[in-house]
Design a protein around this ligand. Structure first.
Ligand code: PLP
Length: 463
């Protein structure tokens, strides 16, 4: 950290004030309360390396969120910079509409097909996770039209799911705060209960609650009529909703229901894809057979925006048959520079065996270290899978009783984390971590030590 009295520090302070003033005047931030922003000013991050960030004032932060769940290979990868620069010089842009293609997109589609579950061998490229879920909505409806079942239009999703922020993405998602703005969801999207045992399980065991919430899918299919349902969409574990990992009975029961009814299954792996669970895709981790997989984030480790949908052979055969255009696509679908970044990102993950490292080494270490925090008087539950975890902050552990929302305990803890040099996100009073897949044991120790300090501060504050 810079000495606060040095000339360097004063010029950085001046720079920060200038940036914050311009930010306040001109920048409309996504998912940001402008009032809070006006009081505190933005945190301006200037550079990053490995698992660390530095803000304009030189404060070093351990990034426990990998940016926004995306920087899987960590920051400062020169080989991605080189791949992108080389591609920009050779072919900075060309489209993939109207029978056109280019080598990076072709190679990336082939590469992803080789990593995806065996029955999934096609990719539709987009620019983000949200665009990918818009694509899913259009693709499943197109699929059923072509199958001669045009009444199959409705998509079943879950309360508190996050599937993006476009009109279709936010509709597919189940965030009430998002639905309240913009008259969402759009027609043809319905939501069932989420498998959030810690918050909603009441007196049921996790296993009983898992079964019960899964059976809501069958009840909804019967209520709507199988002939009207196109698909079920779900995250393997809800990320933005609070790292909600379904009880062990949930996915087997969902699988039974999906096998019984003729509807498609969209698995949203925007967070879980590309190694986060210790498998390339969480479909393998949870033993699921989706028809479509949503991808983004870890696909390029966020170095360049890119998303996509991995399409099963069953759906691809229908969409690609000789039946006219699928009238859907984006200027940047399969962007050559993004594809070059993705190919290099995947090469790094393979070369450094990051997926295996998560499965056999860093995930067991992180999860066991985090379990020690469950002893803390403020912590009701610690849960996790791979390199993602949640810490529930509660008033009364034995009753699973939360603090009043106006106490803002999660926000306080998040700010205390920053004071101690750690980025952890809060979803209400649930603290979330999802660090780069490259994190070492020493860095995990540092993360847990900083989180403990933040929990202690928060406990002193609410005691
Ligand atoms: N789906 C899931 C599960 C996500 O977590 C996100 C973003 O966090 C999205 C979709 C939307 O992705 P994007 O922000 O790239 O549009």
């Amino acid at each position: 950290m810079t000495n606060p009295l040095s000339t360097d520090a004063m010029s950085q302070q001046h720079k920060l004030e200038r940036l914050q003033a311009a930010d306040k005047q001109h920048f409309i931030h996504p998912f940001t309360d402008s009032k809070g922003l006006a009081v505190k000013g933005t945190r301006v991050i200037e550079r990053a390396e490995g698992v660390y960030l530095w803000d304009v004032m030189g404060h070093k932060l351990l990034d426990g969120m990998a940016g926004l769940w995306c920087v899987n290979v960590g920051y400062g990868r020169q080989s991605i910079v080189d791949a992108v620069s080389k591609q920009m010089q050779k072919l900075p842009f060309y489209n993939s509409f109207f029978q056109c293609s280019h080598p990076p997109a072709i190679e990336l589609a082939q590469k992803i097909a080789s990593l995806a579950p065996a029955h999934m061998n096609n990719v539709f490229f987009t620019g983000s996770g949200s665009e990918s879920n818009d694509t899913n909505l259009r693709m499943v409806r197109r699929y059923w039209d072509l199958k001669g079942k045009p009444s199959k239009k409705t998509i079943i999703s879950r309360v508190n799911a996050y599937h993006g922020s476009t009109v279709a993405g936010a509709s597919l998602g189940g965030m009430s705060g998002m639905h309240e703005q913009g008259d969402l969801p759009i027609p043809g999207v319905v939501h069932i209960a989420q498998p959030y045992w810690y918050a909603e399980g009441k007196d049921l065991s996790p296993e009983e609650f898992g079964l019960k919430t899964a059976q809501a899918l069958e009840a909804k299919i019967i209520e709507l009529g199988e002939d009207n349902v196109a698909a079920f969409i779900a995250e393997p574990f809800q990320g933005a909703g609070g790292v909600i990992i379904p009880p062990s009975t949930y996915w087997p029961e969902i699988k039974r229901i999906l096998a019984k009814y003729d509807i498609l299954f969209i698995l949203d792996e925007v967070i879980s894809g590309f190694g986060r669970t210790g498998k390339w895709f969480a479909a393998e981790y949870f033993d699921l057979q989706p028809d479509l997989i949503t991808i983004a984030k870890g696909m390029t480790s966020g170095y360049v925006p890119m998303g996509g949908v991995i399409v099963s052979d069953k759906v691809a055969e229908v969409i690609k048959q000789d039946c006219g255009e699928f009238t859907h696509g984006f200027t940047y679908s399969g962007h050559p520079v993004a594809a070059a970044a993705a190919l290099e990102n995947i090469r790094i993950i393979e070369q450094e065996k990051l997926v295996e490292r998560v499965a056999n080494d860093t995930s067991p270490y992180l999860q066991s270290r985090l379990q020690q925090l469950a002893e803390h008087p403020l912590v009701g539950e610690v849960r996790g899978v791979g390199l993602v975890a949640a810490i529930e902050l509660v008033k009364d552990k034995s009753l699973r009783q939360r603090f009043d929302a106006n106490v803002g305990v999660g926000t306080y803890c998040r700010d205390a984390c920053i004071t101690h040099g750690l980025v952890m996100r809060s979803v209400g009073d649930t603290m979330i971590i999802s660090p780069p897949l490259t994190i070492s044991h020493a860095e995990i120790d540092e993360l847990v030590a900083k989180a403990t300090q933040a929990l202690n501060d928060t406990y002193q504050h609410v005691k």
